[in-house]
Structure formats: structure tokens, C-alpha cells
Design a protein around this ligand. Structure first.
Ligand code: SF4
Length: 887
């Protein structure tokens, strides 16, 4: 689907699933804009989506198959993978091999991978990094509805009178959906409630924020169920006609407001406000995300929320539903084709003999896995203890993203045979592979993804794959052929896989399963190319898509009734004590994605937050003699990470927040996964990534430094370091525990690692550990280096702009000052990534131009006028400036 060179495709980042229009440029980048016709975003994109065109460079791409560090042919690499898998299976059985895939791959890739493992190798040891993202929602849906069905849709945000967000920083993690909610709230007066231990950017639009004690959401929703029953707010007809188990669930939930307050540490008045809202508002949507799912009680949290919606009949109706929003672009597609170790394709159950028969007959496969395979955390434990001896990792980076990440690294390093398929070899996981297989990236591959509202959209290629990169499904199919299953994996393109999958959804279905797209089973390649976004299932005589499910009270349990699940409150698995008194919460930041393999490629997205940080409440910081911008050690019984201190009242006292993104490619010792215990939810197997007891202490250093340089820095020489793309080169924060013997040699090593004889201008203040260097090649500034005893005070945005600029000799001393002269501007830290507007420019607009609202700042500076993700930061600057003035 291409108009005037534009290709319609879908964003590869979050589960909102925004439509994108892309048009390649001659320099290898691409023009990107939101697709105004896509129903998920109607033309809007967030900062990440808008910057997609800047992430297409080939500099870090894996272009050829590699075996043991040597380039090889596809044939040799695939022969090796097939023979090692086959030999391992012959010697140790099918459960001795595993595949670990990703919500980044397309539905067709997922389908082929599952078919190979569950149908032909005969093991269900295939799991996905989506286990870390939404497995608790899957388990909660299945317990309640009998199927993994999202009942609602995005339109419900426009229709609702109130939206309650639980454990979801929608503003940063699903920004386009957040903008839709903000618009609805402005236009219709939709009430917004945020339930989150932190006061996040999402709270900008909240009428009520409940800073709940981490891990206690079940108690809050049990109390709500009790309250709804006591106030006579149940839909008794719906409960009687369409559900089972209400009495047991209510009996388990029984809890007074006072008891809820004691557990959640919320004021009773706030709790009552929330409960009254559910009593007085018919159209209410409860959105939940990782704050609910990533918990050792994640599945119970999901069911406690669903119980309240079932009890009031608010499910699958316009503006009234629970709505789980997924983190990854194709977590939903993976669920649909059985990407989780405990499911079969087309939403069929591995524990159901009839389902196993249907799938095996359809695939004409020699076996079908008879029982669930190992879920992500257990799968890597099995790699570590030698039960799994051959492992294929596809499009994900478990060395950084899994909990107890150092053990995961040791496990992979010790595994006899590791294959990694990815677009880049520059990941901490790829570094451990025996075989590296180059995959086609976003913009080069073809297939489908499903977003959080069951909408299937096409990802289309608009670039040719570089080098020898190929689709992931092709790699799977080629290994299948070499294992002797060629006839059943002889796909010519992704459309054939999609058609096969569509046919399976209708096979022996007869309305017994939720997922049915079988009217597309005969789709031709040309029709697949033109496939417009649609929501499954396709039902009825016209095969019409369905926006909402369950509004008719028909569910997919055997008696077609929904099941209330008793959800007794239990605290998180590991609790704080004197040694580890703070709760570590991890999550995403506005402009980064996963382990930064794509978003880390553009300086625009690195300009908002360029360094790992630990956000801590002022009281907790003061009690530990920690000051803003100190470096800190975050340490648990599992391991540790280093990050910069950010003190903020938005953080709940007793909790700290660290972003999940940083890893060894971008920093030194900042993998926060190393500090997280591998505790999991007993039903879903999802790890508890938001509740680890830790201590935070100052990381004592003899010096700290900031540099900008054209050369890619080597971080391993420092005790702490974090690097990011910046302007024409890189920015680096670094620190050491002992002073270097020779500062000039260190500055040379950073600014001129290629030893090209640059001119180095220096300023030394030995007594105060003040060392500054500016490097020049001719008139051109090629790097700046500033060191101090503690955190370095430098105008960083300005310093980055000096790279590659021509600086006449008479102006060079200015660079050593680390600040612009009166004739230049220091934009300050970048707030608006879309337009590169810095904090100082916004402050200038407030001070000098009298801006009094986010909109006025936008008119003056453009900040906040594209994706809107920075609006809450602009709002905070406005508040603090006006408070300053009032004071
Ligand atoms: Fe992509 Fe942003 Fe849309 Fe998510 S909200 S799909 S990251 S453009």
C-alpha cells in the first residue's frame, strides 16, 4: 500500500499500535508521519514514533551470519543450527532445546516458531519476553472469561465518564492513548484517576491520584467489590445470568475501608472518593498495565479489577470495560498464535486434549507438545542448570531485561549452543552467541501485529533488507526444512503464513473460541498487501469485526458464563527490612524503548534523559546524606547497579524508581535487572519487576567528568560511565574511584582515541580536581572534557552543539568555561524532544514573554505541540516559576 512513495505501516514500539506513513530518503533515513486513517492514532505519533526515521542507520547492523566470530554463509549457519538442535534432541530429548522470542517479532514469525517447536520438535519450551510484560493479564483474562480476550477498545476512552488508571504511566508508556484521554477529558469532562505509588507525568490530567503502597492493589479492589455490594451497586441480573462464583469472591474480598487504608497506606477519604466514583458513574474504564502485571500477585490484581467490572456488568459496553494495555508492539499477536509456553496457536490450550488434536491434525505434525513448557524465568534457570543445552534467542535481550540478570548472563554464557537472531550484534546477549543470524528490521520486514484493542495491522517493508538480513520466519522455516519438515514449512512469503493461521482460527471452532479470523483464510498475496487494520474476531454473516466483546454476557468458559475469582490479598514476595529498607520499582522513561537498541540510535531521543538515574524522595535522600546528582549504588540481595541520584517529591517515601533501559552497551554497571529477584506470579510466571527490597548509598568517587566527543567511547576504563549519542558524536558521563595519573593522557584517550594528533587546549586546577580540555582539528572542535571532584557543572546542551563547529583561536578559551558567552544561548536540558526545546528556553518564555499556561509556552516555543509527552514537565516548570514569583 503505497501512495506517492509513502508506505502505510505500524510503529514497532508500544502496544498502542499507531499507524505510520513512511517514505525513504536517499541518505538511508526516512520521512515519518502519523497515518491519519489508522484508527489507533488518527495521525498522531509520540516522540519515539516521530523519530523512527532517524533510527534506520546501518552502523550497528548485523549484516551476515556469524559463527564463532567468523562470517559465514546462510547455508552453513543454518546447517549448524539444525544439526546442533537435532543432535541435542537425539541425545537429551526435545525438552533439552528452547526458543526465546519476543513481542518485537511479527505474528507470522511467531506462528512459524511455535509450529516448529510445539508441533515438530515436540516441546513447548518456547516462551517470549512478553512474559515480562502482560502474562498476568493473559492469565487473569483466561481465569475470568475462559479466553484471553480484551473486552474493550480505545473508543471507550472517548465514551467513558471516568477512566481509572492502575499501575500505568500512560503519558510516557502509551503516549498517543494518553493524548486521546486528555482530549476526552478536556472535551467531555471525563474524570481521570491515577492509582500509582509515584506521581507520574500521567497525574497531570488526574482529578485524583492515589499514591498506593506498592503491591497492595488487590486490597484496594477487594475493598471496592465489598463497597459496591454494600451500596447495592451490583448488576444483579448480569451476575445471575452471566457469571459464576460471585459469593465466594465477595466473601474473600470482604474488607472495610479502614482495613484497605491500613494495607494500602492511602487516606480513607481518598479511598472513599474512588469507591464513590465507581458507585456514581456508569461508564467507567479501568486501564491497567505493568504496575499491575509485573507482580507476584499480578494475576490476582487483574482478577480483582475484573471482579468489580463483572459485578457491575460494566464489561464490553461503550465506555465501560476493563482494558489491559500491553507494552510491546506485538505482545497480543504473540498471544494469539501461542507465543507463550503454556498456550497453543489460535488461542487454543495446551492442556486441552481436543485442542492438541485440532492443532496437530491441522499442522499434520508428527508430535504435539503434551504439556506446558518452561516460562521465561524458569526457562533461563533450566539453561543455567544444564537442562536446556541448545537455545535460540530471537529479537530480544534477556541478559538485560530478565530479573536476576547476572545469573541469566552466566546461564547463557555456560550454555553449550546459543543462537541469536537479531538486527544488531551490539547487545549484551548477542555477545554470548555461538551463532548470530541477521534479521530484517522494522521497515524491511512484512507481516502483521496486533495492538491492545485486538486490532490487527500490517507492518510493511519500505526499505530493502541490507546485507544478508532476512525475515525471522524464513530462518525458522529453513531450520525446519533441515530437520526434515520442509513440505510443511514451504512458505513463499508472510501472506501464506497469515492465511494458514487464519484458517486454523476457524478450524473446529464453531463459536467455541474467541479468536476467529478464518474469513481471511483465502486471502491472496495481493489482498494481504492491501489488508486494512481490523479488530478480531471477524464474525457473523458479513464477517464483521467486533469492537467489543462480552457486552452480550456470552463468555468462552464451558457454560458461557464468566467466573469470579476469589483474590485474597497477599503481600509481595520479598519485603523490606533493616538491611534493604527501600522498595525498588522499575519502568520506562518517555523517550526510550526496552534496551535502547533502536531508540538509543538517535540523539534526539537521548537528549531528554541521557543517563541512568534513581529517583528518590527528599526525606529518603536526606536520611542517607544523598544529594541531587550524586552517584549511587542500588543494591539488593541479588546484585547491584549504579545510577545518578534524582531527588523528587513525586517519588513515594520508602520507594525508589530506576528505568529499565540501560545496559552495558550504554553504561557501566547500570543493568537494573541485576538487582531484581527472580520472584514470579505463581499463576502467570510473570516476574515481580516492581517490588525489590534494596538499599541506596552514595557511590564514592574521586572525580567525575563530562565529555563530548566524535569518537565512540570505550566505557570499560571507568568505574562509572554512561554514554549517549549527541549531535555529531557522543556525550559521556564518567567517574573514577581513584584519580588518573595523567589527566592529559585520559583526555586524549577520550577525545582522540585514534591518535590523530588533535590540538588540545587545557586548564588545570589541581587543588580542586578541576581539569578542562578542548580538542581541535584545524578550526573544528572535536571534543570537550570537563572533570571535577564531584558532579560536573557544565551547560551540556551547549557543549554538544560545539562539536564540529568552527572555533577561531581567539574564542577557544570560552569552551573551557563550559558555558556560553553572553552572545550565545544555553538551551538547558531538553524537555521537548520533538522540537529540541530546552528547559532554559521554556523558562525564558515564562519569565520574559509572560507565558502562563502549557498552551502559551507551546505558542512561544513549539514545545509540547507535537506528541504532547512533555506537557507535564512544562506544567511543572510553570508551577515552580509561578510559585517562585508568588514567594
Ligand atoms: Fe509508537 Fe508512540 Fe504510538 Fe506507541 S504511542 S505505537 S511508541 S507512536
Amino acid at each position: 500500500m503505497s501512495e506517492a512513495g509513502w508506505t502505510r505501516t505500524t510503529c514497532p514500539y508500544c502496544g498502542v499500535g499507531c499507524g505510520v506513513l513512511a517514505r525513504p530518503r536517499e541518505d538511508g533515513s526516512a520521512e515519518i508521519k502519523g497515518d491519519p486513517e489508522h484508527p489507533a492514532n488518527f495521525g498522531r505519533l509520540c516522540s519515539k514514533g516521530s523519530a523512527l526515521g532517524e533510527t534506520l542507520s546501518l552502523d550497528d547492523r548485523l549484516l551476515h551470519p556469524i559463527v564463532d566470530g567468523q562470517r559465514t554463509s546462510w547455508d552453513e549457519a543454518l546447517n549448524l543450527v539444525a544439526s546442533r538442535f537435532s543432535q541435542t534432541i537425539a541425545e537429551h530429548g526435545p525438552d533439552s532445546v528452547a526458543l526465546y522470542v519476543s513481542g518485537q517479532i511479527l505474528t507470522e514469525d511467531y506462528y512459524a516458531a511455535n509450529k516448529l517447536m510445539k508441533g515438530f520438535i515436540g516441546t513447548a519450551n518456547i516462551d517470549t519476553n512478553s512474559r515480562l510484560c502482560m502474562a498476568s493479564s493473559v492469565a487473569g483474562h483466561k481465569r475470568a472469561f475462559g479466553s484471553d480476550t480484551v473486552p474493550g477498545c480505545y473508543e471507550d476512552l472517548d465514551e467513558a465518564e471516568a477512566v481509572v488508571l492502575v499501575g500505568s504511566n500512560l503519558a510516557w508508556c502509551h503516549p498517543v492513548l494518553y493524548q486521546r484521554l486528555r482530549a476526552a477529558s478536556q472535551a467531555n469532562g471525563t474524570k481521570v484517576v491515577v492509582i500509582d505509588p509515584r506521581s507520574t507525568a500521567t497525574c497531570e490530567i488526574a482529578d485524583l491520584h492515589l499514591p498506593i503502597k506498592p503491591g497492595t492493589d488487590v486490597a484496594l479492589f477487594n475493598g471496592l467489590l465489598t463497597h459496591l455490594a454494600r451500596k447495592g451497586q451490583l448488576d444483579e441480573q448480569f451476575v445471575a445470568r452471566s457469571t459464576n462464583g460471585f459469593k465466594d469472591a465477595l466473601a474473600t474480598a470482604e474488607m472495610t475501608c479502614g482495613e484497605v487504608a491500613a494495607i494500602t497506606e492511602l487516606p480513607e477519604a481518598q479511598i472513599r472518593q474512588l469507591y464513590d466514583l465507581y458507585c456514581t458513574t456508569q461508564k467507567i474504564v479501568t486501564i491497567y498495565s505493568q504496575g499491575v502485571n509485573q507482580s507476584s500477585a499480578g494475576t490476582d490484581k487483574v482478577n480483582a479489577i475484573i471482579n468489580c467490572h463483572l459485578a457491575t456488568g460494566r464489561i464490553g459496553k461503550p465506555g465501560a470495560s476493563p482494558l489491559s494495555v500491553t507494552g510491546q508492539p506485538n505482545a497480543m499477536g504473540g498471544r494469539e498464535v501461542g507465543g507463550l509456553a503454556n498456550m497453543l496457536a489460535a488461542h487454543m490450550e495446551i492442556d486441552n486434549a481436543e485442542h492438541r488434536r485440532i492443532v496437530q491434525d491441522f499442522w499434520q505434525s508428527p508430535h504435539i507438545a503434551q504439556r506446558a513448557g518452561l516460562k521465561a524465568v524458569d526457562l533461563f534457570k533450566a539453561v543455567g542448570d544444564g537442562r536446556i543445552k541448545a537455545l535460540w534467542i530471537m529479537a530480544t535481550n534477556p541478559v538485560d531485561s530478565l530479573p536476576d540478570a547476572d545469573r541469566v548472563r552466566e546461564a547463557i554464557a555456560g550454555c553449550p549452543f546459543v543462537v541469536v537472531s537479531d538486527v544488531t550484534a551490539a547487545t549484551d546477549t548477542a555477545a554470548l552467541a555461538h551463532v548470530l543470524l541477521p534479521s530484517a528490521a522494522w521497515g524491511e520486514k512484512d507481516g502483521t501485529v496486533t495492538n491492545s484493542e485486538r486490532r490487527i495491522s500490517r507492518q510493511r517493508a519500505f526499505l530493502s533488507a541490507p546485507g544478508e538480513a532476512v525475515a525471522d520466519w524464513w530462518q525458522i522455516a529453513e531450520v525446519a526444512k533441515r530437520l526434515g519438515h520442509g513440505a510443511l514449512f514451504s512458505y513463499q512469503d508472510a501472506s501464506e503464513i497469515f492465511a494458514e493461521y487464519a484458517e486454523l482460527t476457524g478450524t473446529d471452532n464453531g463459536g467455541t473460541r474467541d479468536l476467529d479470523i478464518s474469513p481471511l483464510a483465502n486471502l491472496t498475496a495481493a489482498e494481504y498487501a492491501e489488508l486494512a487494520p481490523f479488530q478480531w474476531p471477524l464474525t457473523g454473516a458479513n464477517a464483521a469485526p467486533r469492537k467489543r466483546m462480552f457486552g452480550d454476557g456470552h463468555f468462552y468458559r464451558p457454560d458461557h458464563r464468566a467466573q469470579f475469582i476469589p483474590t485474597p490479598y497477599r503481600p509481595p514476595q520479598s519485603t523490606v527490612d533493616e538491611q534493604f529498607p527501600l522498595v525498588l520499582n522499575t519502568g520506562r522513561i518517555r523517550d526510550q524503548w526496552h534496551t535502547m537498541t533502536r531508540t538509543g540510535k538517535t540523539s534526539r531521543l537521548m537528549s531528554h534523559i541521557a543517563e541512568p538515574f534513581v529517583e528518590i524522595h527528599p526525606e529518603d535522600a536526606a536520611g542517607r546524606q544523598l544529594e541531587a546528582a550524586d552517584l549511587a549504588i542500588i543494591e539488593s540481595g541479588a546484585g547491584r547497579a549504579l545510577a545518578r541520584i534524582a531527588i523528587s517529591e513525586r517519588q513515594r517515601q520508602g520507594s525508589v524508581f530506576v528505568p529499565m533501559h540501560w545496559n552495558d552497551q550504554f553504561a557501566r554497571e547500570a543493568r537494573i535487572g541485576a538487582a531484581i529477584f527472580a520472584n514470579t506470579d505463581p499463576v502467570s510466571g510473570q516476574p515481580e519487576l516492581k517490588h525489590t527490597p534494596v538499599r541506596v548509598s552514595r557511590f564514592e568517587t574521586a572525580w567525575q567528568a563530562f565529555a563530548v566527543t566524535l569518537a565512540q567511547p570505550n566505557l570499560s576504563q571507568f568505574d562509572y560511565a554512561a554514554a549517549a549519542r549527541a549531535g555529531a558524536g557522543y556525550r559521556i558521563e564518567m567517574a573514577g574511584c581513584t584519580e588518573p595519573d595523567d589527566w592529559t593522557a585520559l583526555a586524549h584517550a577520550i577525545l582522540d582515541p585514534g591518535n590523530t594528533s588533535i590540538d588540545l587546549l587545557a586548564y588545570h586546577d589541581r587543588a580542586n580536581v578541576g581539569y578542562r580540555f578542548a580538542g581541535f582539528s584545524g578550526e573544528r572542535c572535536v571534543g570537550l572534557f570537563y572533570a571535577a571532584r564531584g558532579p560536573v557543572s557544565v551547560a551540556r546542551s551547549w557543549a554538544i552543539e560545539q562539536l564540529e563547529s568552527a572555533v577561531p583561536p581567539e574564542h577557544r578559551l570560552r569552551l573551557l568555561a563550559g558555558r556560553p558567552g553572553a552572545d550565545a544561548v544555553d538551551r538547558g536540558p531538553i524537555v521537548c524532544a520533538c522540537f529540541g526545546v530546552g528547559a532554559n528556553e521554556i523558562i525564558g518564555a515564562i519569565k520574559e514573554k509572560g507565558c502562563r499556561s502549557v498552551e502559551e509556552v507551546g505558542t512561544c516555543t513549539n514545545a509540547g505541540t507535537n506528541c504532547g509527552s512533555c506537557r507535564s514537565e512544562i506544567g511543572r516548570l510553570l508551577t515552580s516559576m509561578h510559585l517562585d514569583r508568588a514567594g
